[in-house]
Design a binder for this molecule. Structure first.
Ligand code: F6P
Length: 324
């Protein structure tokens, strides 16, 4: 293998740049020519592919976002789109791909590999941490810390006014962000899609809690079955039936996707990027380079996208115990 290309796809996450840097520099170190594909699968189809050098990735290890840009491509879902993408890669002699993204990115990569045989290794880049085959995804730690910073600030004002705050965090269909920011932020409750929430029990506890606490923080994962934070707040408010209680909702939104990556994310991104290049060179394909129990592991895309990563049970227990 002489030429490889790297791209970022789907929702960006802090640390993607550190990963691109690791891919480019490892590839050059190993004597490969390396290309950057802009805007993910969209750019692969539109031919936005540029040669990258060591200096192309200077001064990006600390930056959020992705210098390669990102997109969610509808065209790549069509056979014509994928054919065009493959022709563009072939014209440049690109023999291997590194895809940095989440489950949508890996689903596309798996199909592409099956159709055209081009080897693809993935790196887990998403703030959601919902990828099987890695303890943490690139960007998750930064997003948790961003959410925490916001929760800490909200707690100040919640306490000052004796209010009950519902804070909605991202995570798509997974509750990892909600759970870790909830533990770190000392939330009274965390509502996640993985477990059914008994609203009556929450109401009962809130009533009891208020005897000893003046304010409460409830972290809601955006994918919770009971609805979004606004809807959950309305349901609980109607059950509490106490006009003297004040309820507020804050949706953190896309601030969770930006910002300088934490040290942990930079290190994880660098390890995954290096491992992805090394994986391609030893014949790995249609798999993701992740880190589990401190070790680099390669997990087939079929498992990364097909298996559900469970929440850590102790984390859920912690929230219950520490909120009394
Ligand atoms: O997958 C990352 C993520 O930020 C999710 O947490 C969220 O549901 C989604 O992307 C938002 O996507 P977009 O930026 O396209 O609105």
């Amino acid at each position: 293998m002489k030429k490889i290309a790297v791209f970022t796809s789907g929702g960006d996450s802090p640390g993607m740049n550190a990963c691109v840097r690791a891919v480019v520099r490892t590839a050059i170190f190993k004597g490969l020519e390396v290309y950057g594909i802009y805007r993910g699968y969209e750019g692969m189809i539109d031919g936005e592919i540029k040669r990258m050098h060591s200096y192309s990735v200077s001064n990006i290890v600390q930056r959020g976002g992705t210098i390669l840009k990102s997109a969610r491509s509808e065209k790549f879902k069509t056979p014509e789109g994928r054919k065009k993408a493959f022709e563009n890669l072939k014209a440049l002699g690109i023999e291997g791909l590194i895809a940095i993204g989440g489950d949508g990115t890996f689903t596309g990569a798996k199909i592409f590999n099956e159709e055209f045989g081009i080897p693809v290794v993935g790196c887990p880049g998403t703030i959601d941490n919902d990828i099987y085959g890695t303890d943490y995804t690139i960007g998750f730690d930064t997003a948790v810390n961003t959410a925490l910073e916001a929760i800490d600030k909200i707690r100040d004002t919640a306490a000052a006014h004796d209010r009950i705050f519902f804070i909605e965090v991202m995570g798509r269909d997974a509750g990892f962000l909600a759970v870790e920011s909830g533990i770190g932020g000392g939330a009274e409750f965390v509502m996640v899609p993985e477990t059914a929430t008994d609203l009556d029990a929450v109401v009962k506890s809130l009533k009891n809690l208020r005897k000893s606490k003046s304010s409460s923080i409830i972290v809601v994962a955006e994918g919770d079955d009971e609805g979004n934070a606004e809807e959950i707040m309305a349901k609980i408010k109607s059950k509490i039936k106490d006009e003297s209680k004040e309820f507020k909702v804050t949706t953190l939104g896309h601030i969770q996707r930006g910002g300088n990556p934490t040290a942990r994310d930079r290190v994880l991104a660098s390890r995954c990027g290096m491992a992805a290049v090394e994986g391609l060179l030893i014949g790995k394909s249609s798999c993701m380079a992740g880190v589990m129990n401190q070790e680099v592991v390669y997990t087939p895309f079929t498992d990364c996208i097909g298996k559900t990563k469970p929440l850590i049970e102790d984390h859920l227990k912690l929230i219950d115990i520490l909120s009394i």
